[in-house]
Design a protein around this ligand. Structure first.
Ligand SMILES: Cc1cc2nc3c(=O)[nH]c(=O)nc-3n(C[C@H](O)[C@H](O)[C@H](O)COP(=O)(O)O)c2cc1C
Length: 552
């Protein structure tokens, strides 16, 4: 699969179809008025196209009867292609039009297909009032019409996203039913972004206080060695209860692989990794059943879905990131075999910044800071905030070495844009900087440009990516992490009825999540890089060879 980086965002339209006399034009007009969207009739476009070509203003029945079926179907195909490119509109089109596979394919692209149905006998009684269609054989009109109406319904129903039975019901009732079904369809489509990646696809699953969490990782080539201990090690670095600086929730987060790995090797099937949750305490959240925690996603989830899991935030909980770490750990193993090293650490916590850089020190202090002295001050700042029933935030720095020049795409597939999107998708990340980051705003070009000499860059203000493509330098990124929103200090909020309330957030929360987000940052970066690498192999098969020297 070649990812298309040249189109940003999809178009969306509502296509209403059905056999003759199902009332599609009427319902399309009502729907257009209700949603404030323009309505286009595919038949009108066919007539316009014919008039433009032949100088004759005929209706569709006349074009069909006089111009012939082939001319008519060709015009329908052309009209469908034109309509397929339209955005946010309602297209009313005949059921016969959609019988042509290429027309159906074009009009279903980025669209919701609404199919109206009714028994052929009902449609026959209506069609006698509004006039017989051109294809009906006059001698045996009822049978021809009914057979065609039945066939249209049989062909279209499997493709329908929304089906409305129009046998009976006032127009307003049918519109209400259609709007309700469209709402349900869009709700499903809106919740779809649960999978990350194009070739390497990670779907982390699970809620804060659910039975289990995990990740399904798809796209890993069969034959790839998978080291379970390494996945567990990454999870251990993220799991709660690692020190007095983190939440006391006791989760062992022991990973089990359910599928996709046989005798330590990927089989090519989706790799399903699961971690049972063992220490849920939903009762601690009882007081939050109707309250929105300031700074957390309670209010926005409520507004979006009209329902929310108040026990730890459900899907918005940081617990969801364990699945990402499991998936990312697999990606990291594959990348390491290709010479890529990914390392993140706490650069700053509670306003205290690392002054020295001993990468070996990172995993030897509870805040994951490369400066052991600063680490002590950071830990003290976290404990102080905890004592004061408050929290602190910080900055995580990510360094990726060994990425050869040439990874990433221009325009919408830029490697830095993908990394930003991945890292900002982690709960509590508020800022993203690459290379010199925001400091470039105060520099001159002569200071900021990375000059080249003897085949290498003299500096790395770009942070390893230029034009969306890696330049071979170390990739250096920083993300800002906000102070944990769930704090025991009393705060003002509102409840689901809009009433002012005070809230004290109980439950077990990290007074600073920075140390636990470090492995999540590494995991997301690994998923982005491996996905980009796999796409690169489609353009440059020589990238399948892991040795960078092989790439010119
Ligand atoms: C590993 C990890 C652990 C987290 N732990 C907590 C926590 O204990 N309490 C809390 O309020 N938020 C926690 N968060 C942050 C929330 O998930 C996040 O603030 C919330 O989903 C709202 O999203 P936003 O901050 O990105 O807007 C954690 C995030 C991560 C990545």
């Amino acid at each position: 699969m070649q990812h298309d980086n040249n189109v940003y965002g999809a178009t969306m339209k509502l296509v209403i179809s059905g056999a003759k006399a199902t009332g599609k034009s009427t319902l399309a007009r009502q729907l257009g008025a209700a949603l404030g969207l323009p309505v286009v009739e595919s038949d009108s476009l066919v007539e316009e196209l014919y008039a433009a070509r032949h100088g004759q203003r005929w209706n569709c029945a006349e074009i069909f009867a006089r111009g012939g079926a082939d001319v008519f179907r060709a015009l329908e195909g052309e009209a469908a292609e034109t309509l397929a490119a339209r955005d946010w509109c309602i297209i009313a089109t005949g059921g016969s039009t959609l019988l042509q596979p290429e027309v159906r394919q074009a009009l279903r692209r980025d669209a919701v297909l609404i199919v109206l149905t009714a028994p052929p006998a009902v449609l026959w009684s209506r069609v006698q009032r509004i006039g017989l269609p051109a294809y009906v054989d006059k001698d045996d009109a009822q049978q021809t019409f009914s057979a065609r109406a039945a066939m249209i319904q049989e062909v279209l129903l499997p493709y329908a996203d929304v089906v409305v039975d129009v046998t009976s019901g006032a127009p307003e009732q049918l519109l209400d039913e259609l709007l309700e079904k469209l709402g349900a369809e869009f709700a499903v489509r809106c919740t779809a972004p649960n999978t990350f990646g194009d070739v390497i696809r990670a779907t982390p699953f699970g809620d804060s206080h659910g039975v289990a969490i995990g990740c399904v990782l798809d796209g890993v080539a069969p034959g790839t060695p998978i080291d379970l201990d390494e996945i567990q090690h990454a999870l251990d670095r993220r799991r709660p209860g690692q020190s007095e600086l983190s939440t006391p929730r006791k989760e062992r987060d022991q990973v089990r692989i359910l599928s996709g790995v046989f005798e330590g090797t990927a089989t090519g099937a989706p790799i399903c990794m699961i971690l049972m949750s063992e220490d849920q305490r939903p009762s601690a959240y009882e007081g939050l059943r109707e309250l929105f925690r300031p700074g957390h996603a309670d209010f926005t989830f409520w507004k979006k879905y009209g329902i929310r899991d108040y026990r730890g935030g459900g899907r918005s909980s940081g617990r969801e990131t364990a699945g990402r770490v499991a998936g990312g750990a697999v990606a990291q193993q594959i990348l390491r075999a290709r010479g890529v090293q990914i390392c993140a650490y706490a650069l700053e916590i509670g306003g205290i910044r690392a002054q020295t850089f001993d990468l070996g020190a990172i995993e030897h202090n509870p805040v994951r800071c490369p400066d052991p002295l600063a680490a002590q001050a950071m830990a003290a700042a976290i404990l102080k905030a905890k004592e004061e029933k408050d929290s602190v935030g910080g900055i995580i720095e990510l360094r990726i070495s060994g990425v050869p020049a040439g990874l990433g795409d221009p325009v919408f597939g830029k490697l830095d844009a993908r990394l930003a999107s991945a890292l900002l998708s982690i709960g509590a990340t508020m800022g993203f900087e690459i290379g010199a980051g925001f400091a470039v705003a105060r520099r001159r070009g002569s200071e900021n440009n990375d000059a080249m000499h003897d085949g290498a860059f003299v500096s790395n203000n770009a942070g390893g990516i230029v034009g969306g493509i890696s330049n071979g330098n170390e990739i250096v990124i920083r993300v800002a992490i906000k102070p944990t929103s769930s704090i025991e200090k009393p705060q003002r909020t509102i409840d689901i009825h809009g009433q002012n309330r005070d809230v004290v957030v109980e439950g077990r929360h990290d007074p600073c999540i920075v140390p636990r987000v470090v492995p999540v940052v590494e995991a997301m970066a690994a998923l982005v890089l491996l996905d980009a690498w796999e796409m690169q192999t489609r353009i440059r098969p020589d990238w399948l060879d892991a040795a960078p020297a092989a790439r010119a």
